[in-house]
Write a protein that binds this ligand. Structure first.
Ligand code: NI
Length: 396
């Protein structure tokens, strides 16, 4: 595979960086040490640094003459999860772990930054965006809100995620929706508590809540266009404390997924209608709290084609899946793609054996992938800012 030779030469360095970050995981908006490590490396490479967007965000800017500007984004954060690996670079922070491979993402972008700063085979500006709090907390949204694109004008922006289950040396992408929109909800059902032996004296919120769980699925199967993806999952049902008491209330929580803003817009009003109707049928009341979290991650067509060409230049055209089925998972790179055209791709991390996939307590980013991902970033920059043919010529 024609990974860039110079990048292959510092594979060992990248492996050491990645393992150091893996051993020191930090979660949403607390990525202080990780941001320090990133900023120190960028400074060492001679790249201008800005810190503090979304608290712990770091943006490195590398300019070489006049030309367009491109943004490349990696996420810095880890998960609240106890690592079960016992290798030397396992987490040293209790209850925190890089189980989504963001340690690899950060390292691949650092590797590309080092190479691009050394070689400068492009004309224009590269912004290396190191973003906090991808998991749950919307660090991408915060960076955009705090002026990422005002402070660092750029025409396009690109993201990448490692994907276990895809072989090393492969990439996958698609134009249009790539990852789903993600919302959260909480439903509080209020009935009337009673003795478990005398249900006729109360209004049972467990029965009402159960009916709501079932009825919500009719939105997906009967209200939504069957050609449009939608998921409504009730993932929590809390009620009662003992055997013989019908409780007063029940609390249900869950998540919804969709691929378009139009479908996403229909979910909350439909849920409200169903919940009110079902609760009323039983003489109970129910309150819905619905929170918009992440929009869908939608790749623009032209930039997806460019990303596919860059990936093909690195991995070979037969190792690129351009028509990937989208995932119902969510990703806050979506907030960046709402503002600028761009493309979010997946890079193969190997087989993910024994169910060892993302967010698993045994997960570990595959260090073999580091030079492949860094080569993709570098090639992409040379394609976009290098006149269009540089990458293919360089890495045949
Ligand atoms: Ni992730």
């Amino acid at each position: 595979m024609p990974i860039i030779n110079r990048i292959a030469e510092f594979h060992d360095d990248m492996t050491a960086w990645r393992r150091d970050i893996h051993a020191h995981p930090e979660t949403a908006f607390e990525e202080e040490r990780t941001a320090d490590v990133v900023a120190a490396k960028l400074a060492e490479f001679g790249i201008e640094i800005d810190r503090g967007l979304a608290k712990t965000g770091v943006v490195g800017t590398l300019k070489n003459g006049d030309g367009p500007a491109i943004g490349l984004r990696a996420d810095l954060d880890a998960l609240h999860l106890s690592e079960l690996n016992d290798f030397d670079h396992r987490s040293t922070h209790d209850g925190k772990m890089h189980a989504c491979g963001h340690d690899g993402h950060t390292t691949m972008l650092l590797g590309a930054a080092r190479y691009l700063a050394e070689t400068k085979r492009f004309q224009g500006t590269v912004h290396f965006i190191f973003q906090p709090a991808e998991e749950n907390e919307g660090g991408g949204r915060e960076m955009v809100k705090e002026g990422l694109f005002r402070k660092f004008p750029m025409q396009t922006v690109y993201g990448m995620h490692n994907w276990p289950g895809m072989p090393v040396g492969t990439f996958a992408m698609r134009p249009g929706p790539m990852m789903a929109a993600h919302d959260c909800f909480e439903i509080e059902v209020t009935g009337r508590g009673a003795h478990g032996a005398m249900p006729n004296l109360g209004i049972d919120p467990v029965v009402v809540g159960s009916a709501i769980v079932s009825a919500l699925q009719s939105i997906v199967s009967r209200t939504n266009d069957p050609l449009e993806a939608m998921v409504i999952s009730v993932t929590q049902f809390h009620a009662g404390d003992t055997w013989n008491v019908i409780p007063e209330t029940a609390v249900l929580r869950g998540t919804t997924r969709s691929f378009t803003p139009e479908v996403q817009d229909t979910i909350e009003p439909a849920m409200r209608r169903v919940i009110d109707g079902v609760a009323g049928t039983y003489g109970a009341t129910a309150e819905l709290r619905y929170e918009r979290r992440y929009p869908a991650t939608i790749n623009s067509a032209a930039e997806t084609e460019i990303a596919a060409r860059a990936a093909a230049a690195v991995a070979g055209p037969d190792k690129i899946e351009r028509g990937l089925n989208p995932s119902m998972g969510a990703e806050d790179f979506s907030f960046l793609l709402q503002e600028k055209p761009g493309c979010y791709i997946w890079i193969g991390n190997g087989p993910g054996e024994g169910g060892c996939t993302l967010h698993n307590p045994h997960y570990d980013f595959n260090d073999e992938v580091l030079p492949i991902g860094a080569s993709y970033w570098a090639t992409l920059v040379e394609l976009v800012l290098g006149g269009g043919e540089a990458a293919e010529k360089l890495y045949k």
